[in-house]
Design a protein around this ligand. Structure first.
Ligand SMILES: Cc1ncc(COP(=O)(O)O)c(C=O)c1O
Length: 474
């Protein structure tokens, strides 16, 4: 065997070992170290003289050892989890074939695959004549949604800038922070992103949206964009799309839906009602790297009507890159903000073929059942308090001491300590958030392999950590 084969075989053996340990319930989710300690353990130096391929294996080993096992069924920290074998396979092939998505001639298979994937995602949303593109994350899909909205209201902004127009965009106070970044990048200013009030479950209140639009009109500003969210980041709320759509129609505003987290409910007959009215949107964000378990990054911006992506995003490149030939209409770079663009289509294609629509439906349905179980568990536990009744796969709660009467700040502190203790123990990885003025634990159910036993283990770990933290508190 030559050097390449030997090293790749060793690396594959290590990866398999890593994945198997991920699936073992006793494996720690993280070998947690502070940054200063970890720096000492890793060889981060870059040499003058290169090394033999095989000498890279120890680097891979330490990378695997100290990386967070996000595929573990005790990883509840972020809006993704799991080890997707078809996705890993696709990433290997994509790296080996290394190309860019700007033109059909350098990425023929990936281009056709991406177009077909976009068509299927659009069909699920209800955009039957739609277009779209894979982009570098849900944040950037939201940005492009906003850019399309700007192009609709002020097409001259592309060439001449905003002039005296004061554009205003509206999202709920629970929407993802990427909208603020989009407002910054587009030059409308972060203060012109209005955060509309949400109800106790975290859903945007349509009446509050209309009032906010009227206020901005009375200030002689130009409302242009409403971004609803399907599955908010902390509470997992789904904004009510039909009444929001009606308001956007009334005031002629671009209507974007951020489905980065919640979109896959569309696979489920039982739960797709949460996204009722998705076809009324003008554009839609879909992150397949979240609930569909595809390796990061795998996102799409979907648009209801063809043509606007090219108008809003195109610019340059025709002198050397985009040649006029029989495949011109397949050059996805013309509708993209990027030049070089990684192939993300293969991993979504292989995952979708592997699981099928039915597999995804089952995964979504199973996770909803696990969510009901977790909710019930919290209801029945004296030490735990739900923040709000979950509608999706975000279970937000906090630990409350049974006997000690602590004030709100002390309870916040206790919950922060519990989370820290869990992470340092490596047993469970879960996130905290600030919500309704309190520090809470945000339990995210994203791993399609999750079973009730994993949740029992999680709650056991958490309650033990709670008792230990309480004991040191008094
Ligand atoms: C609702 C929502 N939208 C958008 C994003 C941003 O997605 P990405 O991390 O792919 O940029 C997130 C990330 O968690 C999210 O929760």
């Amino acid at each position: 065997m030559n050097d390449t084969q030997t090293t790749l075989n060793k690396a594959i053996a290590l990866i398999l070992q890593y994945l198997e340990s991920n699936w073992h319930p006793e494996t720690k989710v993280i070998n947690s170290q502070t940054a200063d300690v970890l720096k000492e353990k890793l060889d981060l130096t870059l040499p003058d003289e290169g090394v033999a391929l095989e000498e890279l294996i120890p680097v891979v080993e330490s990378y695997l050892e100290y990386s967070v096992k996000t595929g573990s069924t005790q990883f509840f920290n972020l809006l993704f989890s799991g080890s997707s074998i078809p996705g890993i396979l696709a990433e290997m092939v994509t790296s080996a074939t290394n190309t860019t998505m700007h033109t059909y001639d350098v990425a023929p298979v990936a281009t056709l695959m991406e177009i077909e994937l976009i068509k299927n995602l659009n069909n699920l949303v209800g955009f039957n004549q739609g277009e779209g593109l894979m982009v570098t994350g849900g944040s950037n899909a939201n940005l492009i949604g906003m850019l399309c909205g700007r192009h609709q209201v002020l097409p001259e902004a592309k060439l001449k800038g905003l002039g005296n127009h004061q554009l205003v965009a509206f999202v709920s106070d629970q929407a993802h922070y990427s909208y603020g970044k989009a407002a910054n990048l587009m030059g409308i200013g972060i203060e012109n992103l209005v955060k509309v009030k949400s109800d106790v479950e975290g859903k945007m209140i349509p009446e509050a949206l209309e009032t906010a639009i009227q206020e901005s009109l009375s200030e002689e500003k130009t409302p242009f964009f409403v971004g609803a969210t399907a599955g908010t980041t902390v509470l997992g709320a789904f904004d009510p799309l039909p009444p929001i759509a009606e308001i956007t129609r009334k005031y002629d505003l671009w209507f974007h839906v951020d489905g980065a987290w919640g979109a896959p409910v569309l696979f489920s007959q039982k739960h797709k009602h949460l996204l009722a009215g998705s076809q009324l949107a003008d554009s839609f964000t879909w992150d397949a790297h979240k609930l569909m378990g595809v390796p990061l990054i795998c996102s799409a911006i979907l648009v209801k009507e063809q043509g606007i992506l090219q108008k809003a995003c195109s610019g340059g490149g025709t002198d050397y890159l985009f040649h006029d030939d029989e495949n011109t209409s397949y050059n996805l770079g013309q509708i993209s903000l990027q030049c070089g663009r990684k192939v993300d289509a293969l991993k979504l294609c292989l995952c979708w073929k592997y699981y099928g629509n039915k597999g995804y439906q089952q995964q979504v349905d199973n996770l909803f059942e696990i969510a009901s179980y977790a909710t019930e568990y919290i209801h029945n536990c004296d030490n735990l308090e739900l923040i709000t009744q979950p509608t999706f796969l975000n279970i937000c709660f906090r630990y409350l001491p049974k006997e000690n009467q602590l004030n709100s700040t002390a309870i916040d502190q206790l919950n922060l300590e519990i989370r820290k203790k869990l992470i340092y123990s490596g047993e469970t990885f879960v996130n905290q958030a600030r919500c309704q003025g309190k520090i809470i634990i945000r339990l995210i159910l994203a791993n399609s392999e999750l079973q009730k036993a994993d949740l029992e283990r999680f709650f056991d770990n958490l309650l033990n950590a709670g008792k230990m933290c309480e004991a040191t508190e008094v």
